[in-house]
Design a protein around this ligand. Structure first.
Ligand SMILES: Nc1ncnc2c1ncn2[C@@H]1O[C@H](COP(=O)(O)OP(=O)(O)O)[C@@H](O)[C@H]1O
Ligand SMILES: [Mg+2]
Length: 533
């Protein structure tokens, strides 16, 4: 009896795989589906604006498409670079189709997000997605209604038209109807946008809910944007055999030396020669001559060799200390903020940068352990905190070293940017444990924590001085009164010389500053959330 009688074999299309396993992409239940939909669309919008130096303006409108069936309409519009008309069907209708499969820092990485939204909508309400988009300077606006042929992993165009672009609009607008629980999802969505604003204070958001009076406007607080990321080359430590084979195929005649210098990051001629010496290969040998085991050996040696330069980090786009501070100040309204952007580092040939902000006091509610805000390539990570390296490291720190006694009003913000974020899952919610990243996170958090310790120490001293001053002044008043009674000296003169004496003794130079500082809570005037009643 052949085994084919016992079991049936078949292939699964990527679209079908993700329809069946949507929870691994974050669409695990109706609440989460709404959050994940908004998140995927907003991330695409931010990538399409910020990466091209456009200040993002993002609108998110939610309505009840059919309340009795829990059908929710979600509309997201941006002012980004738009999508070329002929790319729109694939971009929304073919799982694993993307413009972001490059060595560059992006929010999107899998070429999956937009398609998950379409798949989820079509699996729950059987309705197509509506896409309108106009690339920069386009005379027309493209409009499509799309679904996915799940077994073929191909777009199905339900309708299509172009309209005149009368007002020179550019950007993308998407409307989708899916089954979901808005009331439950609402808080997560708000939190997601609030946290996004923390690291992108140069973006403005407006969220309008299904209920008439539900509007949240998050204004742009700065027009300063981080330098956009550049596109990079693979670092020799990050490659595998398959990548080398693909590169060789492009130009098999290239001499080894040239092959190394041109295709990789961190390799100059001298370094390439030293490496070839290390492997025992001639610099002028055509790279196409490397076969089978030689190839594998070549790649192994690339990883072993320690003479490469460090991966370049200028294709990363950190938020930068001052923009991060503005965002955090605006959203959390603390008494004080400390920030750091660490120097670039790398893991397995992938460059990364860790940034941290520590916010203390003010509007931050005291809690039993630090509140942690995690970000990866400027994307807030909300779920799965327990599995994340950042939470782990913050919890490992002995905060008493930094003069923090819990409950304390302490928030730690950590941003990791990289050409390759090691996410723990396709839902992109937690960062996996990578030793190099862990150690940088630890250093970053310690650095801001040390600044907090200095601040707290200074404040304690000031407090002490003020206390002494208050006591001295109280007695001084009696002394002044008695002295003037006995000596008939002018009471004002006596008072001012005694006050001067006290200040000199207490070594208080800028007394007014001290008093003012002590009660000062860092001020931000605008409201971050103006809910119209
Ligand atoms: N709002 C948008 N503006 C411009 N391009 C977009 C937008 N949304 C999606 N795209 C394009 O569609 C591609 C696929 O998006 P998506 O499925 O979310 O995957 P990813 O973001 O991982 O690339 C993106 O790479 C981008 O080129
Ligand atoms: Mg995306």
């Amino acid at each position: 009896m052949g085994s084919s009688d016992l079991v049936k074999f078949e292939a699964l299309s990527p679209a079908e795989f993700f329809r069946r396993n949507r929870e691994i992409a974050g669409f695990s239940n109706p609440t989460r589906a709404i959050y994940q939909t908004i998140r995927e669309l907003v991330e695409n919008s931010l990538d399409a604006t910020e990466t091209f130096k456009i200040l993002p303006s993002i609108k998110i409108f939610i309505d009840y498409a059919d309340q009795s069936r829990n059908w929710i309409g979600i509309y997201v519009e941006d002012n980004g670079i738009g999508i070329p008309g002929d790319e729109i069907p694939n971009v929304f209708g073919r799982v694993f189709y993307s413009s972001k499969y490059r060595i560059k820092q992006h929010r999107g990485i899998f070429g999956l997000g937009a398609k998950m939204v379409v798949l989820y909508a079509q699996s729950t309400t059987n309705t197509p997605i509506l896409v309108r988009s106009a690339p920069l300077k386009s005379d027309v606006i493209y409009e499509y209604q799309l679904m996915i042929d799940i077994t073929r992993n191909e777009p199905v165009i339900v309708s299509q038209r172009t309209m005149e672009n009368r007002y020179g609009w550019h950007g993308t607008a998407i409307k989708v109807v899916l089954e979901g629980d808005w009331l439950k999802a609402k808080r997560r969505v708000e939190e997601y946008i609030r946290r996004t604003a923390m690291v992108a204070p140069y973006a403005e958001f407006i969220i309008r809910g299904p209920d008439e009076d539900y509007v949240i406007k998050i204004p742009r607080v700065t027009t300063k944007m981080p330098e956009p990321p550049k596109e990079g080359l693979p670092h020799p430590k990050s490659v595998d055999v398959e990548l080398i084979k693909q590169l060789i195929q492009k130009n098999p005649e290239a001499p080894l030396l040239e092959f190394l210098v041109e295709n990789f990051d961190g390799v100059g001629e001298t370094i390439a020669k030293t490496f070839l010496d290390f492997v025992g290969l001639q610099p002028d040998m055509p790279v196409g001559k490397l076969v089978n085991d030689e190839l594998v050996n070549f790649v192994t040696k690339m990883k072993e060799f320690n003479g490469w330069r460090r991966p370049r980090a200028d294709w990363l786009s950190p938020i930068s200390e001052d923009i991060l501070a503005e965002g955090v100040r605006f959203v959390l309204r603390p008494e004080v903020i400390f920030t750091v952007t660490r120097k670039p580092s790398s893991y397995m040939g992938n460059p990364f940068i860790v940034e941290a902000a520590l916010a203390w006091g003010g509007s931050i509610e005291p809690s039993d352990k630090p509140i942690v805000y995690r970000f990866a390539n400027k994307v807030p990570l909300i779920y799965d905190e327990g599995n994340d390296v950042v939470r782990k490291i913050v919890d490992e720190i002995d905060w008493s070293q930094y003069k923090v006694k819990f409950p304390a009003p302490l928030a730690i913000v950590v941003h990791i940017c990289s050409t390759k974020i090691p996410y723990a899952s396709a839902g992109k919610e937690a960062i996996a444990e990578v030793p190099e990243i862990e150690s940088e996170v630890r250093n970053a958090v310690r650095e801001v924590a040390r600044k907090l310790r200095l601040y707290v120490t200074r404040k304690e001293k000031e407090q002490e001085l003020l206390m002494k001053y208050a006591i001295f002044s109280m007695y001084a008043e009696e002394v002044v009164n008695s002295l003037s009674y006995v000596t008939k000296a002018d009471i004002e003169e006596l008072r001012s010389s005694i006050t001067a004496l006290i200040k000199a003794r207490l070594k208080i130079e800028k007394f007014e500053d001290l008093i003012n500082n002590n009660n000062k809570v860092e001020n931000t005037n605008e409201d971050n959330k103006e809910e119209t009643q």
